[in-house]
Design a protein around this ligand. Structure first.
Ligand SMILES: Nc1ncnc2c1ncn2[C@@H]1O[C@H](COP(=O)(O)OP(=O)(O)OP(=O)(O)O)[C@@H](O)[C@H]1O
Length: 313
C-alpha cells in the first residue's frame, strides 16, 4: 500500500445531528477515521457514543450532516439515490447482530446467497454458483448449503450471513455486533471465519462490538466517545529475546486534524482536571496540569504525553 493510495474508508470531521421533537442530538461530532485496504478494525464505545450512526452512514443507509465520508471510492455525502442503491448492493456487505435481519427464513443457505446475487446483479450469471460455493467452502459450511436458518446454529447462521454479505464481492464489510447473540466459543469461530474471508478476498472490515474477545482478533481497535474517535489500540506480534512470539498491545490517544485530543475521564478525575488546564511544551512531550492556581495535590503528578509514563514531581 503506497502512501498515496486512497484508503477504503475515509471520514474527516464527520457530523451527524438528529432532531427529535425539537431537540438536537449530535451523534457524531467531527469524527475522523481512516482504514486502508485489507484492514480489519474493531470499533468499540459506550452505548450512545455513535457507533451505529457511523455504521449507518458507511452502509449508505443514512447521510451525514457535514464532513467527509468516502468508502471504496464513493463520496457518501454526494450520492444520488440510484448510486446509493448500487453502492449498497455492490460495494459494501453488512452483517447485523440479529440473524433474522441477515437471512430470509424460508430460503436455504444457498438460496439466500443466490437471492442476494440476483437482486444486485453485480456478479456475472455464469460465475454466481461457483463464487457462492467457494464462499461456503471457505467458511466451512458447504455441507449446510441446503439448510434453512431454523436448521442452523447461531454461529452457522452468522457464517451463512457472512457468505450472503460477500455474495456480490464487496470491497468493504461492515458488521454490527455480529457475535452479540453467540457464546464465547461460537463467537471465536465466526471471528476466525471473518478473518479468513477478509484475508482471502482482500476485504476491508469494520466490526462494531461490545465483545472484548473481538479485540484479540484485530490489529487495531478504535474507541469512540461522544461521537469522536478518542483512542486506538494497536496490536502487533514481535519476537522477544527468548525467541518467543508475543502479542503486544499499545494504546494511543487520537489527535484529530483540528488538534483536539480527548483526555481519558479517569486521568481527568485523578488530577482534578476540568474547565481549563495548563499545557507546557517540553522538548519531548507536552505536560497537562490542572488550571486552578492553588489546586494543591493535583499538580503533584503529570502525564507524560509522549511515553504514557506517569511522573512524580
Ligand atoms: N434516529 C435518531 N433520532 C434521534 N437521535 C438518535 C437517532 N439515532 C441515534 N440517535 C442518538 O444519537 C446518539 C448515538 O446513537 P448510536 O445509536 O449511534 O450509539 P451507539 O454507540 O451505536 O449505541 P449502542 O451501543 O447502544 O447501539 C444517541 O444519543 C442516540 O440517542
Amino acid at each position: 500500500m503506497t502512501a498515496l493510495a486512497e484508503p477504503d474508508i475515509l471520514c474527516e470531521g464527520l457530523v451527524r445531528i438528529f432532531t427529535a421533537q425539537g431537540v438536537e442530538v449530535q451523534a457524531l461530532q467531527g469524527l475522523d477515521l481512516r482504514m486502508e485496504r485489507g484492514e480489519l478494525v474493531a470499533l468499540v464505545g459506550a452505548s450512545g457514543s455513535g457507533k451505529s450512526t457511523l455504521l449507518g452512514i458507511l452502509a449508505g443507509l443514512d447521510a451525514p450532516t457535514a464532513g467527509v465520508a468516502r468508502v471504496a471510492g464513493h463520496d457518501l455525502t454526494a450520492m444520488r439515490r440510484r448510486e446509493r442503491v448500487a453502492y449498497r448492493r455492490g460495494s459494501v456487505g453488512f452483517i447485523w447482530q440479529q440473524t433474522s435481519r441477515n437471512l430470509v427464513s424460508y430460503l436455504t443457505a444457498a438460496e439466500n446467497i443466490a437471492l442476494a446475487q440476483h437482486v444486485a446483479g453485480v456478479v456475472p450469471r455464469a460465475e454466481r454458483a461457483s463464487h457462492a460455493s467457494g464462499l461456503l467452502e471457505l467458511l466451512g459450511i458447504a455441507a449446510l448449503a441446503d439448510r434453512r436458518p431454523a436448521e442452523l446454529s447461531g454461529g452457522q447462521q452468522q457464517r451463512v450471513a457472512l457468505a450472503v454479505a460477500l455474495a456480490n464481492r464487496p470491497r468493504v464489510l461492515l458488521a454490527d455486533e455480529p457475535t452479540g447473540e453467540l457464546d464465547e466459543e461460537t463467537s471465536a469461530q465466526v471471528l476466525e471465519a471473518m478473518e479468513t474471508v477478509g484475508r482471502e478476498h482482500g476485504l476491508t472490515t469494520l466490526v462494531v462490538t461490545h465483545d472484548p474477545a473481538v479485540a484479540e482478533h484485530v490489529d487495531r481497535t478504535i474507541r469512540i466517545r461522544d461521537g469522536r474517535t478518542s483512542t486506538e489500540v494497536l496490536r502487533r506480534t514481535h519476537t522477544d529475546a527468548a525467541g518467543d512470539r508475543v502479542r503486544v498491545a499499545e494504546e494511543f490517544a487520537v489527535l484529530d486534524r483540528a488538534g483536539r485530543m480527548q483526555v481519558p475521564s479517569e486521568f481527568a478525575t485523578a488530577l482534578g482536571l476540568r474547565d481549563r488546564v495548563r499545557l507546557t511544551l517540553e522538548p519531548d512531550r507536552i505536560e497537562v496540569r490542572p488550571g486552578q492556581p492553588y489546586g494543591g495535590a493535583p499538580d503533584a503528578s503529570v502525564r507524560d504525553a509522549s511515553t504514557g509514563d506517569e511522573e512524580s514531581r
